[in-house]
Write a protein that binds this ligand. Structure first.
Ligand code: BGC
Length: 737
């Protein structure tokens, strides 16, 4: 940087620092940025709106070489997929020392369920229902990522999903907007902490805005269409909750909504995000999302797409090169106003300022810290317990927990795989950091005979005999089956949700040999387990459980951890029931088993799912008392209390997630038959009881009424409390507005 200019900028920044920073939405508006913008050229401004990949991690098509030159020329102000303190320090040096204004680079990365220490996939962790633990997992991820030079994660993924065919259901928090909202806020707080400028926090990015989780037929990137009412009630809340929790960036989604691609959707990016929610951060495109509007049939070329995007409120271009190549012309021709451009630049620079990058661009590049903070014993210990507590015991006829010291047959290719434990989007997690496969971990507690049996894909049955022999020779049998870890995640939709290959056939053979089989599942979506649930003696849903997942599975199988996970998504009986979720409407012809033909039902399968939302067993049992209401009616801004007493009636300590659901019987628009409105986790010793109370408020009864206003209506309500959406006690009350 030229010396006179450096002195000039330093003087402007010092002056600016003395004035009080006004707030813009949830980002402090940096006076330093105002000053900087006064001296930026149009090209320099545009450079701040450009984001390229280093291609270290490949998260989309390779589009462009030479990003270092782009940075050096001030044409690219942000980089994704590059990390390590050494590498980011060198790239940062180029930006700071070799460009005219020395504006620091923002380094982004997909830190999705951990950075180096990998936690269970997000769908798995959402079954934990423990917000403090989920927040802690994000805090650890931020600690590790920030120590590797990163400033910004593309998480939390807030896409509600009732579509198990969609591979990215694995990246979200399941089907429920209330649970999803708590989780998106917890993750945002975990990443960003109290001070974005601290060297161990990173900026969150709320994605994919919006409704990406509802692609038609579950095919990735496919069309999304739904009513505004449904969208606002069931899909929007988790995004808003993350924004309310202070997330400083939002990523547009690949899909269209109501015919308009999200990347040029002013209703989403301007009206909802900024005007209604007061979001003050910046919106980034998804990978080549601007360019893709040509294929959508919404823009005639990249210039057109770039114009549409920035004018609709999209600030930063990831990988399309449209802003880099065309924004200058568009501003000069007046098709994009200088005001629009400046606003976008300011939003990006405000986030850089909030991260402290103008104070110290190398704040996050400390090799010593990177060594000390990564994959620590504490992080791994946390991951092990977090993972165990995210597993869901779907079925158990008493075979679990297994006995230690007893000869155990472990069967299945997935049992010996360390790689699959990490899931499809493992960030910078490496298989070398995984200390034990499930097989290794079981070997540490009991004598084992292992047989692969079959792979998770393909029709090779040649290992069946050895597996049967192993089972015959053992006293207890564990079969690990499921999906290859690359079968879920982005661009990994399936048209079937069966357990793949010949794994179920192997289970059938093992069970037919007279052995009780405990199945451990590794998968990234709800599967059709109708056969497996009949044959297996127990099913433990372990998801892709992360770096410490091998040990975590063994901890649960052998009873060192009593499982407490509860499903955050419904498991259907078959694909024909999809979409199936707990907040369904009653319809005009509900299936009430009166025996007439004309009811809302299937001829060939029940209406009920195989495993309902909220379901999850324990090695102990819990008894629920009847519900006690403090009153059976309330009005205005009042409230009532609903209480139950929970007793641990089994022989071991256990944790139960007590769930509250509500039904509004008559509304100006129809209401779900059950909707999650609260939950509380209680840990009880054998014989111990605890009262759990919920305060029922008008907010809990609120919805988008016929005129689209948000609020409650007078009338009668049902209230349900229990350990799963299909296992509840019921009470009734009324409310007067
Ligand atoms: C994904 C995003 C991700 C981005 C950057 C895209 O393909 O849809 O979720 O954050 O790539 O890696």
């Amino acid at each position: 940087m030229n010396r006179t200019l450096t002195v000039l900028i330093a003087a402007i920044l010092a002056l600016a620092a003395c004035s009080r920073a006004p707030e813009t939405g949830n980002i402090p508006h940096s006076p330093k940025v105002d000053s900087l913008m006064k001296v930026m050229t149009l090209d320099e401004k545009i450079g701040q709106l450009v984001l390229f990949t280093s291609d270290w991690s490949v998260t989309g098509p390779s589009m462009r070489q030479g990003y270092l030159d782009d940075i050096r020329n001030g044409r690219c102000g942000n980089l994704l997929n590059a990390y390590t303190s050494d590498f980011t320090r060198e790239v940062q040096r180029i930006a700071v020392e070799e460009t005219r204004l020395g504006i620091p680079i923002l380094f982004g990365y997909d830190v999705i369920h951990g950075f180096r220490t990998i936690f269970p996939i997000n769908l798995g962790m959402s079954c934990n229902w423990d917000m403090a633990a989920i927040q802690e997992s994000a805090r650890i991820a931020a600690e590790e990522a920030s120590a590797a030079g990163l400033h910004w994660t593309y998480s939390p993924m807030c896409d509600i999903c009732v579509e198990p065919r969609w591979g990215r259901v694995s990246e979200g928090a399941g089907e429920d907007p209330y649970l999803g909202s708590l989780i998106s806020a917890a993750m945002t707080k975990g990443y960003q902490g109290d001070d974005l400028a601290a060297d161990n926090t990173i900026a969150a990015c709320v994605k994919h805005f919006a409704a990406y989780g509802a692609p038609q037929a579950g095919r990735d990137y496919n069309t999304v269409d739904m009513s505004e009412r449904w969208f606002r009630e069931f899909y929007l809340p988790p995004y808003k909750s993350a924004v309310d929790a202070g997330a400083v960036s939002v990523m547009a989604s690949f899909n269209e909504l109501d015919g308009v691609p999200a990347h040029a959707n002013a209703h989403l990016m301007q009206e909802i995000l900024r005007d209604e929610w007061g979001f003050g951060g910046f919106v980034v495109s998804d990978y080549t999302g601007i360019l893709e509007m040509i294929a959508h049939g919404y823009a005639k070329d990249l210039k057109d797409a770039s114009r549409l995007s920035i004018n609709a409120g999209l600030d930063m271009d990831m990988m399309s090169s449209g802003y880099m190549d065309y924004l200058k012309e568009l501003v000069e021709s007046g098709e994009v106003s200088m005001k629009t451009l400046d606003q976008a630049v300011r939003r990006v620079l405000d986030v850089k300022a909030a991260l402290g990058l103008f104070d110290d661009p190398y704040r996050y590049c400390d090799t010593q810290r990177e060594k000390e903070r990564t994959l620590t014993a504490e992080n791994k210990a946390f991951a092990r317990e977090f993972s165990a507590r995210s597993m869901v015991l779907l079925k158990n006829d008493g075979v679990l927990p297994l006995k230690k010291g007893v000869k155990t047959a472990v069967i299945g290719a997935l049992a010996s795989s360390k790689d699959d434990l990490l899931g499809s989007w493992r960030g910078a997690g490496e298989v070398e950091s995984v200390p034990a496969s499930i097989l290794d971990a079981i070997k540490e507690v009991t004598p084992v005979i292992y047989a692969e049996g079959c792979k998770e894909i393909g029709d090779d049955r040649s290992g069946f005999d050895a597996a049967l022999a192993a089972a015959r020779s053992a006293d207890q049998v564990v079969l690990v089956i499921g999906e290859d870890c690359q079968w879920s995640g982005e661009a990994a939709s399936r048209s079937s949700i069966n357990v793949p290959g010949v794994q179920t056939e192997l289970l059938e053979k093992l069970a037919a040999s007279g052995k009780k089989v405990a199945v451990v599942l590794m998968n990234g979506r709800p599967l059709d387990l109708s056969k497996e649930s009949e044959i297996a003696s127990a099913i433990l849903e372990a998801w892709f459980p992360g770096t410490m997942g091998g040990y975590a599975v063994a901890d649960v199988l052998f009873g060192d951890v009593n499982p407490s996970g509860k499903l955050s998504i419904t498991f259907p009986r078959n694909l024909g029931q999809v979409p199936i979720y707990h907040y369904a409407k009653n319809t005009g012809r509900p299936y009430v088993h009166v025996g007439t033909k004309y009811e809302s039902r299937y001829l060939d399968v029940e209406n009920e799912p195989l495993y309902a939302f909220g379901h999850g067993l324990s090695y102990t049992s819990f008894d629920y008392s009847d519900i006690r209401l403090s009153a059976d009616k309330f009005a205005g801004n009042g409230s009532i209390t609903a209480s139950v007493t929970i007793t641990n009636t089994g022989a071991v300590d256990g944790t139960e997630t007590v769930q509250l659901y509500i039904r509004d019987l008559v509304g100006s628009v129809t209401r779900p038959v059950k909707q999650l409105k609260g939950f509380e986790q209680v840990s009880l010793k054998p014989g111990e009881s605890r009262e759990v109370s919920f305060t029922i408020t008008p907010e809990m009864l609120s919805f988008y009424r016929q005129d689209m206003s948000w609020g409650p209506e007078s009338g009668d309500f049902h209230l349900f409390i229990g350990g799963a959406s299909d296992d509840v006690q019921k009470a009734e009350f009324s409310y007067e507005i």
